[in-house]
Structures are given as C-alpha cells and as structure tokens.
Write a protein that binds this ligand. Structure first.
Ligand SMILES: *[C@@H]1O[C@H](CO)[C@@H](O)[C@H](O)[C@H]1NC(C)=O
Ligand SMILES: *[C@@H]1O[C@H](CO)[C@@H](O)[C@H](O)[C@H]1NC(C)=O
Ligand SMILES: *[C@@H]1O[C@H](CO)[C@@H](O)[C@H](O)[C@H]1NC(C)=O
Ligand SMILES: *[C@@H]1O[C@H](CO)[C@@H](O)[C@H](O)[C@H]1NC(C)=O
Ligand SMILES: *[C@@H]1O[C@H](CO)[C@@H](O)[C@H](O)[C@H]1NC(C)=O
Length: 307
C-alpha cells in the first residue's frame, strides 16, 4: 500500500508538472498557432460586409498613390494608381518618433478587413504601440493594375524588383504627405508579402526600422511540400459556409484531416519523435482536469500511510 501511494504521489507530481508545462506552451502544429490566436480573428459576418462596403465607418480611408510603371528606366514615363488604405485613429504621435505600420499587399486585392478590425495580430500591435496604419496593394492586383491588360508583354513590370521599388517611392512620400516626426516604419507581411517584407529589409534597409516576415518562403524550391502545411490548416481556421459546401473543399478537408491525424500519431503525448507539441487539445484538457484529482488522491494516501 505504501508503494502504491508513493507511486500515485509521484504520478500526481509528474502529471501536474506536465500539465503546467503544456499550459504555458503555445499550441503549435508545425509552426501554425492554434487556439485563441485564430479565435480572436473571427469576425462577425455583418461587420465584415459592412467593412467592405463602408470602410470609412471603420476609420479606414483610401487614396491612389501614383507610381511609375518602371522604376529602373527613366525613358519609361507611364504611371499607374496604387491603392493605399490608411487609418490614424490608432495613431499616437510621439516626440521621440512616430510609429508607422505598413501591411504589405500580396497576390490579390488588398483586403479591407485587415484594416477595419483591430483584432488581427498586426492591428492589435498597432493599437498597442499607437501606430499609424497603412496597407499598400501590390502592383497588378486588385485595383492597382498598371497596364491595360495582362498580356505577356504587359507583365514585364510584374517583378519583385519593381514591387520593392514601389515601397522605396511610397514610404518617403508618405513621410512628407503626413508630416511624420522622425518616423519609425515597421512593415508586416505573411506568406508572399512576408517574403517581400524580408527582401525589403535587405534591399532598402534605409526606409524601414524593422520588418515582420511571417510564414515567408525564403528558399524557393521546385517541390515545395512545406507550403502544403499552410493550406492544410486553412479548413480548420476558415469559417465560410460557402466554401464548406464546395465538394473540392470537402475533399481537401478530408485529406487534410487524414494528414493531421497522421502527424498526431507521429508525436506521442510527451513530445514524440519530432519534438513538436502536437497533442490534440482535448487530451491536453483531460490531463489538466484529471491532474488535481490524481495529485490529491496520491498525496492523501501517501501521508496517511507514511504517518
Ligand atoms: C484608384 O484607381 C482605381 C483604378 O484606376 C480606380 O478604380 C479607383 O476609383 C481610384 N480610387 C480613388 C480613391 O481615386
Ligand atoms: C525603357 O523605356 C523605353 C520607353 O518605353 C523603351 O523604349 C525602352 O525599350 C526601355 N528600355 C528597357 C531596357 O526596357
Ligand atoms: C487623422 O486624420 C485626420 C484627417 O483625415 C485629422 O483631422 C486627424 O487630426 C488625424 N488624427 C491623428 C491622431 O493624427
Ligand atoms: C534608400 O535607399 C535607396 C536605394 O539605395 C534609395 O533609392 C533611396 O532614395 C533611399 N531612401 C531614403 C529615404 O534615404
Ligand atoms: C462560423 O459560422 C457559423 C455559421 O455562419 C456560425 O454559427 C459560427 O458561430 C461561426 N463560428 C465562429 C467561430 O465564428
């Protein structure tokens, strides 16, 4: 009996330390954060639509910034309009330097909701730091199309170099236009814009103070299976009923579920072979709930018997 109670006591201690360790470790599956990080991003669908139709209601304003078609050929005089979104109700001017956040547009129209709602990671940070907020659409996407069509000759100016040079023109112009005091720019980008964000620091380190490159592919490969992980997680985080009705999406979800289940069996409950915390949330919760009971039971038994 003494042995059993000692065993239970140490089991309880181990279980307690294990559950504490888990509780304070962020839930990541192969780098993708789970739990409330995403929960905070779910936005009321009516507010979402409202933002698309009336961004001004959310203090988001738009204007077109004029860019040269070709930053590297002075004989090319054609210009185009780059969509710029901004808001300043988050902005707190500072005597030691204004903080300006720039969300880098990617391979699609620049999404207004990322400006309208302050529940995204970048916009939460903007509020926290009293930052002025910009989002700049990428050339050739959304309304920021420099050419009359997308014919192959007209795609000549769709290059990373040109896209980076757009920022080299944009940032100093905004400093003048909004008269920022000793501005400190921080650019944010996820996925392809994350790549741009990193490259921007390399190519133009003189225009921003620091950039965030999130999930940024920096090492292009032909068979880039790692990119599939990003897509894998999408069905778990997206909340669009229309996409759920699409058979392709359903098939993808089923495949993804199988794949995730496979990852979960690879890693055991205590870290597993790949060292990543892939314990399903439910089993984690069970461990946490059962811990006090095991601990108290072991503790009581142990001391009653030892005394
Ligand atoms: C910006 O330019 C686009 C494309 O040329 C145009 O559709 C849009 O109305 C312009 N926006 C503003 C605010 O002028
Ligand atoms: C520069 O632009 C001019 C005017 O459009 C064009 O004739 C010339 O071919 C361009 N040069 C290069 C290197 O693209
Ligand atoms: C924000 O911009 C408006 C002009 O649209 C200006 O009146 C206001 O003072 C600005 N607010 C801050 C905090 O800079
Ligand atoms: C930053 O560096 C680039 C490239 O060297 C240059 O074109 C640009 O004028 C510089 N900008 C500022 C604000 O110094
Ligand atoms: C997802 O959408 C459904 C149906 O529109 C809604 O009932 C549910 O609350 C949404 N979930 C989240 C987390 O927003």
């Amino acid at each position: 009996m003494k042995k059993l109670s000692l065993f239970l006591f140490f089991l309880g201690l181990f279980s307690a330390s294990e559950s504490l360790r888990r509780q304070f470790r962020p839930g990541f599956i192969n780098g993708t954060p789970l739990r409330d990080h995403y929960a905070k991003q779910f936005i009321d669908p009516d507010a979402y639509t409202d933002c698309l139709n009336n961004p001004e209601k959310f203090n988001v304003k738009r204007f077109n910034f004029t860019q040269p078609l070709d930053h590297f050929n002075s004989s090319e005089t054609r210009k185009w309009s780059q969509q710029t979104q901004w808001r300043n109700d988050t902005f707190k001017p500072k005597s030691d330097g204004d903080i300006v956040f720039l969300l880098i547009g990617g391979e699609g129209p620049a999404p207004l909701p990322w400006m309208c709602f302050t529940s995204y990671t970048w916009s939460q940070l903007a509020v926290e730091h009293g930052a002025f907020m910009f989002q700049l659409e990428h050339r050739y996407f959304g309304t920021s199309v420099p050419t009359s069509d997308m014919s192959v000759p007209n795609l000549k100016w769709l290059t990373t170099e040109q896209a980076l040079a757009d920022f080299n023109a944009f940032i100093p112009a905004m400093n003048k236009m909004f008269n920022f005091n000793k501005p400190k720019w921080v650019a944010f980008g996820g996925s392809y814009p994350g790549t741009i964000s990193a490259l921007l620091r390399m190519v133009y380190p003189n225009i921003t103070n620091g950039n965030i490159a999130s999930s940024a592919p920096l090492w292009p490969k032909l068979d880039m299976w790692g990119g599939a992980h990003c897509v894998d997680m999408y069905p778990y985080t997206a909340n669009s009923s229309s996409s759920i009705e699409n058979p392709d999406v359903v098939n993808t979800i089923n495949l993804v579920k199988q794949e995730v289940a496979y990852y979960l069996t690879l890693a055991g409950p205590f870290g597993g072979s790949n060292g990543m915390d892939t314990t399903p949330l439910t089993s984690m919760d069970t461990t946490i709930k059962a811990t006090p009971l095991i601990l108290i039971f072991g503790f009581v038994l142990c001391f009653v018997k030892l005394l």
